[in-house]
Design a protein around this ligand. Structure first.
Ligand code: CAO
Length: 440
């Protein structure tokens, strides 16, 4: 049997992340994908899964340690089948007991495997499982044992307030939640209650009406669904609809086609919208903010990172384009193409999806006239783009054909008032109609 040294895999841009749980001890037997340790950064909690099955022979980290990609965390004596597939050439990995470095050399930085890989080969670094990466909105912090406890009792942790450090949910928080729901149920004279204290949707056996099929939701849909529901239940939404005459903008975009091709990018209206939105965010800083957890203050951000909703075969994800204020449209286009390709290949890291200030959801390439996007909390506003259409517009003397793009902005009414909301959409619309204003 070969002993394998397990190192922290690619965890995105984080260079120091705290170990908040060590889930295995020497002598434990683990299977592929079993969680070994839990790491927590400011933005995400992630479990590091085992790349092999076997017996844990040494644990070199403890709760409170800070780790980074490549750090040595434990040894596993791999089962024979897994050991046969292990690389023979790497003497250090075959017998780490002879030379067990505290940290694996940073130069041995392996490329991460696709996210959906179920059982990676023994020498392939495991992909950390984001527990609460900013897939779509707010998140909770809870250990795997508390999550298992909640799952067993059917408690939705999105609805539980954590009393531990940094709002971490503990078992007694789950118990308190169950108690309060039970008391609420009794008070509501038998009315069935959901986990958030609202009436549940009635359960119906649809097979009584015809043939049915039950298909389990994908992992991303399950995660984003929770974030969307959390936002929907917590954020008082208002959606402002507007439209912008983008005739000149689109003519400019088309005139840049050859130059864009030379630069290896494809310009779509979205990058112009990103620039217009950032200029408007600079003028309306309440839109580039988050509400403090106690709801008493606004945290204004002095950076401009824009999340872009990307439709993938596995579900909706929101990678973040950084420092949009400092980039030109070709660079933005390149970032967007790279991030959406990564999203569709299931290769986004938690870091790719964190740090957003404002989200844009563009359905303009598909169709529709207007829609009401759900705020990506704890952000406070989101823009929805719909398909631009050529339409007759009265210019004071006659109708002329103009390309008009409908869009909407949903916002958190606790932070933004209606007048400010419509001033923001009007400003974005004006910038898109006359791009020259962006350089003023
Ligand atoms: N009006 C008219 N045409 C538009 C348009 C708009 N608002 N937005 C894009 N288009 C055009 C593009 O110019 C392109 O046409 P050409 O090939 O002729 O230039 C075509 O539509 C396809 O664009 P695209 O969708 O590939 O590119 P994009 O930059 O607009 O969007 C991305 C990129 C990743 C956001 C998009 O592919 C995507 O995934 N959209 C779905 C997001 C989503 O699901 N949101 C819903 C969230 S709420 O459930």
């Amino acid at each position: 049997m070969a002993t394998q040294q397990i190192n922290i895999p690619d965890i995105g841009d984080f260079d120091s992340v705290e170990v908040i749980e060590v889930l295995v001890a020497e002598g434990d037997v683990v299977a592929v994908d079993d969680s070994l340790v839990t790491l927590e950064s400011d933005k995400a909690t992630m479990e590091i899964p085992s790349p092999v099955s076997g017996k844990v022979t040494k644990v070199t980290v403890k709760v409170g340690d800070s780790v980074a990609e490549g750090d040595y965390i434990l040894d596993i004596e791999a089962d024979e089948a897994a050991a046969e597939e292990a690389p023979k050439a790497d003497a250090k990995k075959e017998d780490p007991a002879k030379e067990a470095p505290k940290e694996a050399p940073k130069a041995e930085k392996p490329a991460p495997p696709p996210q959906e890989t179920k059982a990676p080969a023994p020498n392939v670094p495991p992909v950390p499982k984001p527990v609460n990466a900013q897939s779509m909105g707010a998140a909770y912090h809870a250990s795997p044992s508390v999550r298992a406890f909640a799952r067993k009792l059917g408690v939705d942790l999105n609805a539980v307030t954590g009393s531990g450090p940094k709002g971490r949910i503990q078992q007694n928080d789950v118990e308190a939640m169950i108690k309060s729901v039970m008391q609420g149920s009794a008070a509501a004279s038998g009315q069935p209650q959901g986990g958030a204290g609202i009436p549940s949707v009635p359960e119906i056996d649809f097979s009584q009406f015809g043939e049915t099929e039950t298909v389990e939701l994908g992992r991303i849909k399950k995660i984003s669904g929770k974030f969307l529901q959390t936002s929907w239940l917590n954020v008082p939404h208002v959606t402002q609809f507007d439209e912008s005459d983008i005739t000149e903008m689109d003519a400019f975009r088309k005139s840049m086609k050859a130059q864009a091709e030379k630069a290896g990018v494809k310009l779509t209206p979205l990058v112009f919208v990103m620039k217009a939105v950032v200029k408007a965010l600079q003028e309306f800083p309440n839109f580039n903010a988050s509400l403090s957890p106690d709801g008493q203050s606004i945290i204004k951000k002095h950076y401009y990172n824009i999340g872009v909703a990307v439709d993938t075969p596995n579900g909706l994800v929101v990678p973040v384009v950084r420092d949009v204020d400092q980039k030109g449209i070709f660079d933005l286009s390149k970032d967007l193409m790279e991030l959406s390709a990564k999203a569709r290949d299931g290769k986004l890291t938690p870091a790719d999806m964190s740090g957003g200030c404002f989200t844009i959801s563009s359905l303009g390439g598909i169709g529709g006239t207007q829609f009401t996007p759900i705020v990506n909390a704890p952000e406070v506003a989101i823009m929805g783009l719909s398909k631009a259409k050529m339409q007759p517009v009265w210019n004071g003397a006659e109708f002329e054909p103009r390309l008009v793009m409908p869009f909407s902005v949903s916002y958190d009414h606790r932070v933004i008032d209606g007048a400010e909301g419509v001033r923001f959409t009007t400003t974005v619309g004006q910038y898109l109609t006359d791009l020259r204003q962006l350089i003023l």
